[in-house]
Write a protein that binds this ligand. Structure first.
Ligand SMILES: C[S@@+](CC[C@H](N)C(=O)[O-])C[C@H]1O[C@@H](n2cnc3c(N)ncnc32)[C@H](O)[C@@H]1O
Length: 232
């Protein structure tokens, strides 16, 4: 697990409140795929510092359960929202052993799946905990963006990438899995989830004011991919 989400969890929490990639691009694009959440039971997988939890509480979700592999992130969420959410440490690669079958109206999983090698069992667990008619919304690295980091040059072969990000204003080592669009979609489908929508995000015009070069880049290049997947 990257120190970005453990040692630097507090700095990360501060950065994503109002930064370009998370606050102005990723979150609005993910939220655009949600139906009305009022009265819903929601599971937030890889909750991070709780920016989505805050939105879900403000939009009257009936129950918000947050989980993250990083205990530091779980502590931040617990301190921020006290008894308004239930938060606990869980590695999603090991399943969702604390969640009941057919219990969630909505599962969200923003910017987490690229940290996991094998997505098939993850989507199978999400399918198990979703109610019939419930849905998953997730975002992850766009396969056509990550191919830029490839050392093998083989788009179709899953690849472990080591990189350095400046999310918190200093370089931090990160690693993630690059995979093809086919692998991603097959993992969703093999779990029995039906892809209802795929988007590549909407670039908020306010990015032009604060970061014109990033606005230009995001307007012309794929960066994240967003999917809405239903349990029928
Ligand atoms: C980029 S952050 C996104 C946080 C939050 N979803 C958001 O969009 O604000 C990725 C989060 O996924 C968590 N994470 C990474 N691997 C995970 C795993 N295997 N199981 C659960 N959480 C994981 C990290 O600890 C981190 O908090």
């Amino acid at each position: 697990m990257s120190e970005l989400y453990t040692k630097h969890a507090l700095k990360y929490a501060e950065a994503v409140k109002d930064n370009v990639y998370n606050a102005m691009f990723e979150r609005p694009s993910t939220l655009a795929l949600l139906d009305e959440v009022s009265g819903s039971d929601v599971l937030d997988i890889g909750c991070g510092s709780g920016e989505y939890a805050q939105w879900l509480i403000e939009h009257s979700a009936a129950k918000v359960t947050c989980l993250d592999v990083s205990q530091q992130m779980v502590d931040i969420v617990t301190e921020r929202f006290a008894n308004k959410v239930s938060a606990y440490q869980q590695d999603i690669a090991l399943g969702l052993p604390n969640e009941r079958d057919d219990s969630a109206d909505l599962v969200i999983c923003p910017l987490v799946l690229h940290y996991i090698a094998d997505l098939t069992p993850v989507f199978a667990e999400i399918h198990r905990v979703l109610k019939q008619g419930g849905y998953l919304v997730f975002s992850t690295h766009h396969p056509f963006a990550d191919i830029e980091c490839s050392k093998t040059g083989n788009y179709f072969e899953r690849e472990f990438i080591e990189d350095e990000w400046h999310t918190i204003g200093q370089p931090v080592a990160v690693s993630f899995y690059r995979r093809s669009l086919t692998e991603l979609c097959q993992a969703v489908s093999s779990a029995g989830l039906v892809i209802e929508a795929i988007t590549e995000g909407c670039v908020d015009p306010q990015i032009q004011q604060v970061a014109p070069e990033t606005h230009e880049y995001l307007s012309k290049n794929p960066n994240f991919i967003f999917m809405k997947c239903r349990k029928r």
